[in-house]
Structures are given as C-alpha cells and as structure tokens.
Design a protein around this ligand. Structure first.
Ligand code: GRF
Length: 212
C-alpha cells in the first residue's frame, strides 16, 4: 500500500459484508483509497477474518478494558489519528458514538443503514419495515451526527417488499443495494463531489464541483 492514498478507517462489529464491499471496490479500483485500519469492538467478528484474508490491518479494541465509553472512544480516535485516517466508515458497528468522537472527525464519518431514513431508524430496521407493511424498503448512506441515524443523507436505494418476504429475504435484497451505494458514496466524498448545506447533501458527477 502506498502512503499517499486517501485513508479510510472502518468500524465493525459483526459479519462485515459492507466492509467486504469496500475492500472489493478498492481492489477493483472503484474506490481510490486504502483501508488504514479496521477496528472491531467484538473479538470474534467475522469482519476481522475478512481483513486477514485481504491483508487489511484489523484489530479488536475491547470496550471492557476502558473505564468508560469516552475513554474507549478516545482510544479509537487515537488509533485512527495515528494512521492519518481521513474518513471513518461505520459498517455494522453496533455502538452509538459520542460527541467527542464525532467532533474529532467533522463531516468525516459515514454510516449505512438498512432503511429509507427517516423511516425505521435504530435496530431491526428491516423487521420494522415488514411490521409496518411498507411496500418499498431500502437503505441509506448518511453522515453521522449527534442523533442516531439522522445525519444528512448522501444516497438511498429502494427495493420492493413482496407479500411473501420475511426478514431474511428482505434483508438480502436490501444488502445487495447497500454493497452498491456505500462504496459509491465513499468515492464521491473522496473525489470532493459532496457539498453539505444544513441537512442537504448535493452530489455532482464531475471533479469541477465545490469541495466539501
Ligand atoms: C447492515 O445491514 C448495515 O446496513 C447495518 O448493519 C448491517 C451490517 O452488515 N448498519 P455487515 O456487517 O456489513 O454485513
């Protein structure tokens, strides 16, 4: 890996299929970055195995070895800063980040959520969508702000909900879209094609845009 590439930090807790989508997009040259560090708050997260397979640095940072959430997040921010991380991507990270961490990476933390926000924030978004009876579900890439699943929206993708869907079938359909729109949003940010104005994010398709 070269030293002058755009540096991503990725936070995971589990399966890591979105991490895999980012790794694959980098390997295909569609995301022009390197993953400087993946941090998992779960020791046995399959996401860490994906790191090993692809030669991506991945570590387990144990929240229990810190006196409180703030110290844990200070350590997390420290690890990313040491590696000059420019963008933090949450990819199935099952913790709510505090203000101090968020302020350490202003407008430089992204999340992917498996619903069309602002509908169905929080846990079990796909089940929430099924229970509500919506006919269209989807996923959202957004900046992370102080409120959970509520930062400015970068991109969304919709999928149909079929009468015979269960949480597995709907999640699978949504996940396919997640894997498409997350790397694309990351690349748009890297290319400075995103402009944030209040809640609104505008995206241009060329490199002559205003910078973020
Ligand atoms: C995805 O559905 C993502 O939208 C949500 O958590 C899940 C993580 O899946 N935030 P994976 O670990 O990326 O496979």
């Amino acid at each position: 890996m070269t030293g002058n590439k755009f540096k991503l930090g990725v936070l995971v807790s589990g399966r890591g299929s979105n991490l895999q989508a980012i790794i694959d997009a980098i390997e295909r040259g569609e995301v022009t970055a390197e993953i400087a560090l993946v941090v998992s708050d779960k020791k046995n997260a399959p996401a860490l195995e994906r790191c090993r397979k692809h030669g991506v640095p991945g570590v387990f940072l144990d929240p229990k070895s810190y006196p409180d959430k703030r110290r844990f997040e200070q350590a997390l921010a420290g690890l990313f800063k040491e590696r000059s991380v420019e963008l933090v991507c949450l990819a199935g990270f099952m913790r709510i980040l505090g203000d101090e961490f968020i302020h350490s990476f202003p407008e430089r933390i992204l999340n992917i959520h498996p619903s069309l926000l602002p509908a169905f924030p929080g846990l079990d978004a796909q089940q929430q969508a099924l229970d509500y009876g919506v006919k269209t579900a989807g996923c959202t890439v957004h900046f992370v702000g102080r409120e959970v699943d509520a930062g400015p929206i970068i991109s969304q993708a919709a999928v149909p909900v079929w009468d015979n869907d269960d949480v597995e079938s709907l999640s699978r359909r949504i996940l396919k879209e997640e894997h498409r729109i997350y790397p694309a949003a990351i690349q748009a940010l890297i290319e400075k094609r995103l402009t944030v104005s209040g809640r609104k994010v505008t995206q241009t398709n060329n490199t002559e845009s205003e910078t973020l």
